[in-house]
Structures are given as structure tokens and as C-alpha cells.
Ligand binder design. Structure first.
Ligand code: NDP
Length: 294
């Protein structure tokens, strides 16, 4: 099945649904991505910081799918921020992925404690874009105050901001700001995966009674309903799984439609409570991670 695409602010198109590999162990990544490609996913979201770009690259090679049919996204980790460091970071990621060009390259975090380095890193993304090494550039985990600092300083408006969005944490104000600037919202933890992080935390979007009720009406799962909700709101969604049945299930969201009432019921579940870390607390002191050479 081919899936709908989203057009980014520079005209590049991206599949509306992609495949995430955060926390996919390096030795399981190739098999998981091969499985996703077999099901029909063509967009893979990885990151230098996930330590599994090599496994993604191996799956791409083994698949035999032509390069122009694939949309590959990765992210520069904060240790590689700064102009020269980020240019080098691109080289490391491209080599591990076995690619000459990357479709979408993001800055993984705002690094507000050293924002000058973030600006240098973003200018390197602009250079890579100008040189045709990447087809689109963007950011991740930027909050409104980070975008407001970035935008006046740069030439290219980010094509994407990849942020936590699921029914329990919707960031509607930030999404409105994205619309105002032509930035596409890409939802990480689109089925609320992040809610599994907290020991003893019972609140899971996958067990939410409202979502389960809507799922029943459509003969779908809670995960499929959440992905459909994201796609219908124009977001890019990038669910992760290492389980073949779930990989297939998460892809199968284009044969049903949620009604306006059902969309509103899911909108009403927002708890405004972040599942992931506060982006302002991600510093070089507490989240340092050296990204090895290719
Ligand atoms: P998701 O919302 O995609 O949820 C993933 C979790 O849900 C995993 O534990 C997975 O387990 C489980 N799962 C997957 N499908 C189903 C299903 N159909 N039914 C029940 N459980 C299911 O969360 P992620 O945090 O992984 O986010 C998705 C992607 O977003 C990441 O992989 C990554 O690419 C990106 N991301 C980016 C971040 C950033 O800072 N920019 C932060 C976090 C994520 P299992 O694998 O065992 O199936």
C-alpha cells in the first residue's frame, strides 16, 4: 500500500507515516527496519544518539529499494553542535547510514544552556542544504521560546520540529506557532510510548477508555486510532516497534476515518503533562554522549 505524503515548506515531500527506532537495540535494528520496509514504510527516523544508524543503513541496502523511494531522517546530537562539529556530524551519520544525502536532518535538542552552539549547528545545516547534502533541515524538542530565538537568526525556516505529541500531551500552542511559520509538526511517541518510561506509572494512552471505545467502533486498535488522529491533524507520525505484528498494525491506518466528534474526544484528553524530559534540562553536563566516528 502506498501512503499519503506531506509537503514540507521547501516543496520536498515526506510520507505521512514513518518508522521510529529510538531504543531499538543496535543488534535488532536491521531486522526491525527490514520488516518495516517489507510492510511498506519508506520513511525511517533515526538519530546519531540512538547508536543504530549502521543497522538502519544495512536494512536499506538489503531491501534493494531504490534510494528515491526512501525518506531517511536522522539527528545531530548535542556533543556535535557548533558549525564545524555539525558538518562533521553529518559526515559520520551519512557514512554509518551508507548514504550520500540525507532527506531530513534535525538538531536533536535546543541545548538552551549553550544556544550559540545550537545556532552554529543550525548554520551548518543550512550549509548542507545549500550544498545539496540534505534535502530538508529542521529541529527537535524546540519549545516556543527556542523557535523565537532561532528564527530571527537564520535564513532557512526549519521544515520540521519533531516534538512529543500524543493524546495526553498535545502542545497545541506550539503546533499553532508551527503553522504560523510553515513548520511541519512531527510527533514523537505518537502512541504515547513515552508514558511507559515511568516506573509505576499506570496511565497509558493504549489503555485509555475513550480511545479504546473509539477503536472498538472502527474495529481498530488504540494505537491505530492515535496514529489516525495524528495523520488527520496533518502531523507526521513515526511510531516505533520491534514486533512484526505491531509494525504492520501501526502502518494500517489509511482505511478508516475518525469523525469530527471522535477527533474532539481525543483532543479533550490532553493532560498538558510531558512524558519526556523538559528540553531545557538537556545539557552537555547531564546528557553528554560522544558520537563515534563512522
Ligand atoms: P511510540 O509512541 O512510538 O511507542 C513505542 C512503544 O510502544 C514501544 O514500547 C513499543 O514496544 C510499543 N508499541 C508499538 N506499537 C504498539 C502497538 N501497536 N500496540 C502496543 N504497543 C505498541 O514511542 P517512541 O518513544 O518510540 O517514539 C516514536 C519515535 O519517535 C522513536 O522511535 C524515535 O524515532 C522518535 N523519538 C524522538 C525523540 C526526540 O527526542 N526527538 C524522543 C522519543 C522518540 P515494542 O517495540 O515492544 O512493540
Amino acid at each position: 500500500m502506498s501512503i499519503p505524503t506531506l509537503t514540507l515548506n521547501n516543496g520536498v515531500t515526506m510520507p505521512a507515516l514513518g518508522f521510529g527506532v529510538f531504543q531499538t537495540p543496535p543488534d535488532e535494528t536491521t531486522v526491525a527496519v527490514e520488516g518495516a520496509l517489507r510492510v511498506g514504510y519508506r520513511h525511517i527516523d533515526t538519530a546519531a544518539g540512538y547508536a543504530n544508524e549502521r543497522g538502519v543503513g544495512e536494512a536499506l541496502r538489503r531491501s534493494g529499494i531504490s534510494r528515491d523511494q526512501l525518506f531517511i531522517e536522522t539527528k545531530i546530537w548535542i556533543n556535535d553542535y557548533g558549525y564545524d562539529e555539525t558538518l562533521h556530524g553529518f559526515g559520520k551519520s551519512a557514512a554509518k547510514l551508507g548514504l550520500d544525502t540525507i532527506d531530513l536532518l534535525l538538531l536533536h535538542q535546543p541545548l538552551s544552556s549553550a544556544f550559540e552552539r545550537t545556532l552554529g549547528a543550525y548554520r551548518a545545516l543550512e550549509k548542507l542544504l545549500g550544498d545539496g547534502k540534505v534535502r530538508a533541515i529542521g529541529v527537535s524538542n524546540f519549545m516556543p521560546h527556542h523557535l523565537e530565538k532561532l528564527l530571527p537568526e537564520v535564513d532557512v525556516v526549519p521544515a520540521v520540529n519533531q516534538i512529543e505529541v500524543h493524546p495526553y500531551f498535545q502542545q497545541r500552542e506550539l503546533q499553532a506557532l508551527h503553522r504560523q511559520h510553515g513548520i511541519r509538526t512531527q510527533a514523537w511517541a505518537p502512541i504515547g510510548g513515552i508514558t511507559f518510561y515511568r516506573p509505576g506509572f499506570s496511565k497509558s494512552t493504549l489503555e485509555d477508555p475513550t480511545i479504546l471505545e473509539i477503536a472498538k467502533v472502527h474495529g481498530k486498535s488504540a494505537a491505530q486510532v492515535m496514529l489516525r488522529w495524528g495523520v488527520q491533524q496533518g502531523r507526521s507520525v513515526i511510531p516505533k516497534s520491534v514486533k512484526p505484528a505491531r509494525i504492520a498494525e501501526n502502518f494500517n491506518v489509511f482505511d478508516f476515518e475518525l469523525s469530527a466528534d471522535q477527533m474532539a474526544e481525543i483532543d479533550a484528553l490532553d493532560s498538558a503533562e510531558r512524558g519526556g524530559p523538559d528540553p531545557d534540562k538537556i545539557t552537555l553536563e547531564n546528557f553528554s554522549r560522544d558520537i563515534p566516528e563512522a
